[in-house]
Ligand binder design. Structure first.
Ligand code: 4AD
Ligand code: MG
Length: 471
């Protein structure tokens, strides 16, 4: 960081001012947004935040400052300012350092009725001003945690020699086979071309066939894992499921590692190591943010996160999980019996009541899982696993993939999918097939889990969900 005398006018981020003691008694420049301005008799105290850290820097304006009157009359909450002054150890108890201002410039003022005054706003309200909410403590902290989790993700996989792969966003295959895809088309919606049988003629569409936004990069990821051994994707995915819940978005980011020569156990090991690595990274690098969440958003968060590092993640088979739920005698809305898809109430019971922490459930009934999962020898289950966490439910979903051509073809047909669309995917089994496995982690659910934020719409900069694609 440049800060010799010549560069006094280069700004220094508030995070650095607060942590680098060599800056004390030096002249510094900060730039940021005013959170509050409090007038005393001979002073004014201005709290400035630049997003580099959750806490503000206190700027002391002395009435001997030129333009003191004008500045203190003019500056409003929300204004953007440049401050030059000396960094001094603070006399007040609350902060270690403050700035004695020598010069204050208003870069962009705000009106007195600027919406983000110093008071609590509901997250629902802040969603309606998603372009301004990053100016609040909570959203600043969420985005710093999100950034760290993204960086730690790359670090984790790169340290293990996984290649970062960019898979396509526009696709014509439905990875999950669940038909929850957004169509991509340049046809005139009002007047689409029709074929002889009166249906829309997609051969005239931009890609010459029906195309969609991807729900997952997995199938493309498999092609590269079966050549480069270990890959991971980290990109946006889209689901047109009409789920108005606190855990679903229409546009979310997913991390999908895929490993050649790996089975379900390797997959669970990777998921477990990855989650612990991320949490450890946050505890070491985002201490202030996590303390903020611990105090204001989710009591006990720090303890919860540390506990995960200290305890091995529970692993139970689906069959065992069902038997736990059957014995639970809990008033479930969806009755429990072998074969059902676990509902959120069941997942929550397992993690919140029974195991009191994250749990991996594996070997699910084949009927409720995707076509690409490897069929187990019992002919009833597939080598799938979900990592469930308290408060959220499924954070990770993964499986060993079906590497046997005939079995895979049969499943695609049985599930009523159009085998033509999967011809290239079947090639991967025709030419040098290998056992392989992978998983997908929902990035926003991870941010939710590690911050304790209740709603997934509040952990992505501009959330997309039914009826909402604003900003
Ligand atoms: O379980 P899912 O559907 O798995 C897949 O897409 C596989 N192709 C992954 C793989 O094996 N490579 O989704 C994976 C994760 C879920 O566990 C969940 O965390 C998240 O993606 N997820 C969502 N997150 C936010 N909003 C939604 N609508 C989500 N749907 C899934
Ligand atoms: Mg899943």
């Amino acid at each position: 960081m440049l800060r010799d005398t010549e560069n006094t006018y280069k700004r220094i981020k508030i995070k650095e001012l607060k942590t680098d003691s060599s800056l004390i008694d030096q002249e510094v420049t900060v730039k940021g947004w005013v959170r509050t301005l409090r007038l005393q008799k001979a002073f004014a105290f201005m709290e400035v935040n630049d997003g580099s850290t959750v806490s503000n820097i206190q700027v002391v304006l002395n009435n001997s400052l030129s333009c003191y009157e004008e500045l203190t009359q003019t500056i409003q909450t929300g204004a953007c300012v440049r401050v030059v002054g000396s960094l001094v150890s603070s006399l007040g108890g609350k902060q270690a350092v403050e700035i004695q201002a020598k010069e204050v410039e208003i870069l962009g003022n705000a009106p007195a009725d600027f919406v983000l005054q110093k008071k609590r706003h509901s997250f629902e309200f802040l969603r309606t001003i998603a372009h301004l909410r990053p100016r609040t403590n909570t959203f600043g902290a969420v985005m710093r945690v999100r950034n760290s989790l993204a960086f730690a993700t790359h670090k984790f996989f790169q340290e293990r020699d996984f290649l970062y792969l960019n898979t396509p966003i526009i696709t014509s295959s439905d990875c999950e086979g669940a038909g929850e895809m957004f169509a991509v088309s340049t046809l005139d919606l009002e007047n689409p071309p029709k074929n002889e049988s009166g249906k829309i003629d997609f051969t005239q569409d931009f890609f010459g066939k029906k195309s969609y936004l991807t729900v997952s990069g997995q199938l493309n990821g498999e092609a590269y894992a079966l050549a480069l051994s270990d890959i991971y994707t980290f990109g946006p995915t889209f689901r047109a499921e009409n789920s108005n819940t606190s855990r679903h978005l229409a546009e979310f980011w997913m991390i999908e590692p895929e490993m050649a020569f790996a089975d379900l156990k390797d997959d669970m090991d990777l998921a477990d190591d990855y989650l612990k690595y991320l949490i450890e990274y946050l505890l070491n690098h985002n201490t202030e943010d996590l303390e903020f969440f611990n105090s204001f958003i989710s009591n006990g968060l720090l303890e919860k996160l540390s506990h995960i590092l200290e305890t091995p993640t529970v692993r139970v088979s689906y069959t065992e999980a069902i038997s736990i739920l059957e014995k639970a005698n809990a008033p479930f809305v969806f009755p429990v019996k072998w074969g059902i898809d676990l509902q959120s109430e069941h997942e929550r019971f397992l993690t919140e009541v029974h195991f009191k922490g994250p749990a991996i459930v594996y070997n699910y009934p084949k009927e409720i899982k995707s076509f690409y999962m490897r069929r187990n020898n019992d002919e009833k289950t597939v080598a799938a696993m979900d990592l469930l966490v308290p408060g959220i439910g499924e954070l990770i979903g993964g499986s060993q993939r079906e590497e046997r051509l005939e079995v895979l073809e049969q499943t695609i047909r049985n599930q009523g999918l159009d085998i033509e669309n999967y011809d290239w995917y079947l090639d991967l089994r025709r030419y040098g097939s290998a056992p392989h496995a992978g998983f997908g982690l929902g990035f926003e659910r991870l941010v939710q889990y590690t911050t304790g934020m209740e709603n997934i719409r509040d952990v992505i900069p501009f959330p997309r969900y039914p009826q909402h694609a604003l900003f």
